[in-house]
Ligand binder design. Structure first.
Ligand SMILES: [Zn+2]
Ligand SMILES: [Zn+2]
Length: 267
């Protein structure tokens, strides 16, 4: 009934617990998960999850925060995207969060390598006609501008995709929706401090939203601070249900249908 549209089951916090996690998913009625790739080095592990279990699928991409890893060419991405059970390109995008602490005092002007990497992911997605899983943090203006410059404006060549772990403003949500993109909410939606985000979840059309854990990070209330896993995704759905005044089952069904529409190869 529930789909976790974004998790990192290959990460060391989760991989050794896979049998227990799969059991917990079943008990929580989380019947599918999309395993997200963050480096080419990691791709074989992520792909093995998708090949090994008939309710897992995967992506290929290099996260904008990852440096000192293999830099993907368009062909690197296209080649892996053509493999069985690889249903999307990402996660990719821009991350300008805490440049001083996290990027050694560099400025956004120094992040041209991120923008170039992002453009290669978009071009690969368009060539293989698979959607993009977008990560954007403190960089929404450039993210939206690059998507438009690369033709992601709803036209026939557009790959489309999802803004994952959405934490941006209502204006950014509207701009993403205008591009034809989906919005995915994580456990952040359940955090006490996240009223602005709940206001966004109040207006995003029900046929354009997804739910995710982004596990092992960002466990929803009441598990906040613990290691997250896909079996917790119904807590995100329950928060949306409360905001929209609908039964949680309805949110589970609608977000599952949206997942199938966005990732038609994941069925
Ligand atoms: Zn992300
Ligand atoms: Zn992620």
């Amino acid at each position: 009934m529930f789909v976790d549209s974004h998790c990192h089951l290959s990460f060391p916090d989760l991989a050794p617990q896979l049998p227990e996690i799969r059991q917990a998913m079943q008990q929580a009625q989380v019947d599918r998960a999309l395993c997200i790739c963050t480096t080419l080095e990691e791709f074989a592990d992520v792909h093995a999850l998708a090949l090994g279990y008939d309710n897992f699928w995967c992506t290929v991409g290099v996260h904008p925060d990852n440096e000192g890893v293999q830099e993907p060419t368009v062909q690197d991405l296209i080649g892996r995207a053509a493999l069985p059970r690889v249903v999307a390109i990402g996660e990719t995008g821009l991350d300008y969060y805490q440049m001083d602490e996290r990027k050694g005092g560099r400025t956004t002007g120094d992040m041209e390598w991120q923008r170039e990497r992002f453009r290669r992911h978009i071009r690969a997605a368009q060539q293989v006609s698979k959607p993009l899983v977008i990560h954007t943090r403190a960089a929404s203006a450039d993210t939206l501008a690059i998507l438009k410059e690369e033709g992601e404006d709803g036209g026939p060549q557009a790959a489309g995709g999802v803004f994952h772990c959405f934490t941006e403003t209502a204006e950014v949500a509207r701009a993403a929706l205008d591009l034809g993109y989906y919005i995915s909410f994580s456990g952040i939606l359940t955090f006490k401090s996240a009223q602005d985000l709940r206001d966004v979840a109040a207006f995003v059309p029900l046929d354009r939203m997804l739910i995710e854990t982004d596990s092992p990070y960002l466990a929803p209330v009441p598990f906040r601070g613990k290691i997250n896993n896909p079996s917790y995704v119904p807590h995100v759905a329950a928060q949306i249900a409360q905001i929209r005044g609908l039964p949680v089952q309805d949110i589970g069904h609608m977000t599952s249908r949206n997942f199938e529409r966005l990732f038609p190869a994941a069925v």
